[in-house]
Design a protein around this ligand. Structure first.
Ligand code: GUN
Ligand code: ZN
Length: 437
């Protein structure tokens, strides 16, 4: 007899809430000998293997991942696919880096075949790193969004992306107009938003590259399409912040600019949010918007240190972002490792429990997709990652020295990378399998 049920045996870890520093069982579900049961692309159950094995239907497929941790797929809440070729570009901070590296690279996305090839590479790289959902900047070219969504749809991925809006302070080849950008965005929403697992994000690059009219029209689009996301950058770099103050002399703060134009709302996600004060954090949290913390980018570009404690204490939704190509890795493990170090520099502690929460359910909450993805609650879409604990000689040795699972998880977070990803599953089907795994 055949059945559509498959089961995966290993250490199963997922989250029900923000665990803070502890492994509070109200927030953390950990089954060291666990079973993840999938039916028709959705989670049927997650629990102790001993309990669930006997309830499997006859003919169910059983995979043994007994030296691995099964977790919900990672969620990258901020990344730029047209920056695949400028990752690790030397010697500058944000505004100079944009001019010298990011903008020239993005101009190439006027070309469909380049965009298609880059999207293919980019999505393959996400899957190789265990990331199953991302909120993605395309370029200013509508075609770059088309190419991205085509590639994402072909892989059955839950992805959110949008055409960049930028109508000033950028090279001519990357400039749209307020009305043209609005029209193209509306057409892309019509064609792609809600098609399969795809969602659209209205994407003004940042306040520095849009006129007030463009931000106003973006806000209008966001009101007309409340189910879409808004995706932008905020408060990343101190020179940037001073420049925004000059461009918008009437504003009290950077946040004020987006708020004025109706761009601070549920499903709005702002990358960085480093240099906010407590009053801004409170307003941000109230609005229902989310911050994407991007530690590898913030360190690489010398932008500053995200305040995890203050942001979470203020009630802000927070997810993790790689921000490739300002960021230096597609790996959520590398990203969490740098996040830990950022927290250390702020005299804060980022526990492995909270870190993996932020990379999974926290990200889903930031994107307001926690009804669909983010943990192994029954009925959720079965996007998950299989992480090998001992993926390198160093990790193998460190794991042998560890006496608790918490210790192992922390070592995985600090020392792991793409080599730890044994497999990535999309809707219960293999989307990537590491050779030899
Ligand atoms: N702010 C505006 N554009 C960008 C970008 O491409 N990367 C980063 N890190 N910050 C930005
Ligand atoms: Zn960015």
């Amino acid at each position: 007899m055949t059945t559509s049920v498959s089961a995966y045996r290993g250490t199963v870890l997922h989250f029900l809430a923000d665990p803070g520093e502890s492994d509070d069982p109200h927030a953390v579900q950990l089954f060291e000998d666990g079973l993840l049961v999938i039916e028709q692309g959705r989670v049927k159950a997650a629990g102790p293997a001993q309990q669930l094995l006997s309830s499997l239907p006859k003919g169910a497929e059983l995979m043994d991942y007994s030296d691995c941790v099964l977790m919900p797929g990672f969620i990258d809440t901020h990344i730029h696919y047209p920056q695949v070729d400028v990752i690790a570009s030397y010697g500058s901070q944000l505004l100079d880096w944009l001019e010298r590296y990011a903008y020239p690279a993005e101009q190439r996305f006027a070309d469909a075949s380049h965009a298609r090839e880059a999207a293919d590479f980019f999505l393959t790289e996400l899957l190789r790193n265990g990331t199953t959902t991302a909120l993605v900047f395309a370029s200013v070219h509508a075609l770059s969004v088309e190419m991205f969504f085509e590639q994402a749809a072909a892989r059955n991925l839950r992805m959110i992306a949008g055409k960049v809006l930028m109508d000033r302070n950028c090279p001519e080849g990357l400039r749209d107009t307020a009305e043209g950008g609005q029209r193209e965005s509306a057409e892309l929403i019509e064609k792609w938003h809600g098609r399969g697992r795809l969602g659209y994000a209205i994407t003004p690059r940042f306040a520095g590259t849009s006129t007030e009219l463009q931000l106003e029209l973006a806000g209008q689009l966001a009101r007309d399409h409340p189910g879409t996301h808004i995706h932008s950058h905020m408060s990343e770099n101190t020179d940037e912040i001073a420049w925004i103050r000059q461009l918008y002399p009437w504003s009290r703060s950077y946040l004020d600019v987006y708020e004025r134009f109706g761009l601070l709302r549920e499903r709005a996600v702002y990358a960085h949010c480093i240099h906010l004060d407590d009053e801004e954090r409170g307003r941000f949290a109230q609005s229902g918007a989310a911050a994407s913390a991007c530690p590898t980018s913030n360190l690489f570009l010398g932008s500053g240190l995200f305040d995890f404690d203050a942001s979470l204490a203020a009630g802000m939704r927070v997810g993790m972002g790689t921000d490739v190509g300002g960021g230096t890795s597609y790996s959520m493990l590398r990203t969490l490792s740098e996040a830990y170090k950022v927290a250390q520099l702020k005299r804060q502690r980022l526990s492995p429990w909270r870190a993996f929460y932020l990379a999974t359910l926290g990200g889903a909450r930031a994107l307001r997709l926690d009804g669909e993805i983010g943990n192994f609650a029954p009925g959720k879409e079965a996007d998950f990652v299989v992480l090998r604990l001992a993926s390198t000689p160093m990790l193998e040795r460190r794991m042998r020295a560890a006496s608790t699972f918490a210790e192992k998880l922390f070592a995985l977070m600090m020392l792991g990378d793409d080599r730890a990803v044994a497999a990535t599953y999309i809707l219960g089907a293999p989307g990537y399998r590491r050779q030899g795994a």
